[in-house]
Design a protein around this ligand. Structure first.
Ligand SMILES: Cc1cc2nc3c(=O)[nH]c(=O)nc-3n(C[C@H](O)[C@H](O)[C@H](O)COP(=O)(O)O)c2cc1C
Length: 174
C-alpha cells in the first residue's frame, strides 16, 4: 500500500487536491493508495501527542498507524517560507522511536506559488528523512507557479504530467 501525505493542515489546501490527482494517476497504473491528510490532525496535537504525551492521542496514533502499515509513501509538500510546513516537522517529531519511517521508501512532489516549486523544502525534508533511515526516490517533481498549472483538479502542463508519470513508474520499481 502507498500512502500519499498531504503535508499541510491548511484548510482547502492545494496539496490535498494534488494528492487526490496523484492518487488518480496511481489508480490508472493499477496501484492502490490512501491519502493521509495533515488537515485531519487534532488541532491540539502539539500539546496532546508529543513528548511526555506520546501515545495518548488516539487520532494522532491512528494517523501514524497508516504510515506503519505502508510500504511506500509520497510526500506532497507545499513551500512555506522557503521550506516545508512546520506542522509536518511536528508530526514527524511526534512519531514513535524507533521512527516508523525507517527503511521505508518515498517519493516527493513540491509545489509553490513562486518559482522554486519547493526545491529547498524537498531538500530540507530529504535531509531529515535520510537521517531517520528513509530512502528517498531521486526523481523529485517540483510544481512552481502552481496556481497556473493546476486547474480544476488537474495538472495542465504536459512536461509536469510526464514527470509525474515517470516518478510513479520509478516509485513502483523502487
Ligand atoms: C504560510 C505560507 C508560506 C508560504 N511561503 C511561500 C514561499 O516561501 N514561497 C512560495 O513560493 N510560496 C509560498 N507560499 C505559497 C504556497 O506555496 C502556495 O500557496 C501553495 O499552493 C500552498 O499550498 P497549500 O494550498 O497546500 O497550503 C506560502 C503559503 C503559506 C500559506
Amino acid at each position: 500500500m502507498i500512502t500519499i501525505i498531504s503535508c499541510t493542515n491548511r484548510k482547502l489546501a492545494v496539496s490535498k487536491s494534488i494528492s487526490e490527482f496523484y492518487q488518480d494517476l496511481l489508480r490508472q497504473q493499477q496501484v492502490s493508495s490512501q491519502i493521509l491528510d495533515l488537515q485531519d490532525l487534532p488541532t491540539d496535537f502539539v500539546g496532546s501527542a508529543l513528548y511526555e504525551n506520546s501515545g495518548s492521542n488516539q487520532t494522532f496514533n491512528q494517523m501514524t498507524e497508516l504510515i506503519k502499515d505502508s510500504e511506500k509513501l509520497v510526500f506532497v509538500v507545499p513551500e512555506y517560507n522557503g521550506s516545508f510546513p512546520g506542522v509536518l516537522k511536528a508530526f514527524i517529531d511526534g512519531m514513535d522511536y524507533p521512527n516508523p519511517l525507517k527503511d521505508k521508501k518515498c517519493a516527493m512532489v513540491g509545489l509553490s506559488s513562486g518559482v522554486q516549486g519547493g526545491a529547498l523544502a524537498l531538500s530540507h525534508l530529504t535531509d531529515i528523512l535520510n537521517y531517520l533511515g528513509m530512502h528517498v526516490l531521486a526523481l523529485k517533481v517540483r510544481i512552481p507557479g502552481v496556481e497556473k498549472v493546476f486547474r480544476q483538479g488537474k495538472i495542465t502542463d504536459k512536461l509536469l504530467l510526464e514527470l509525474l508519470t515517470m516518478q510513479i513508474r520509478d516509485l513502483v520499481k523502487f
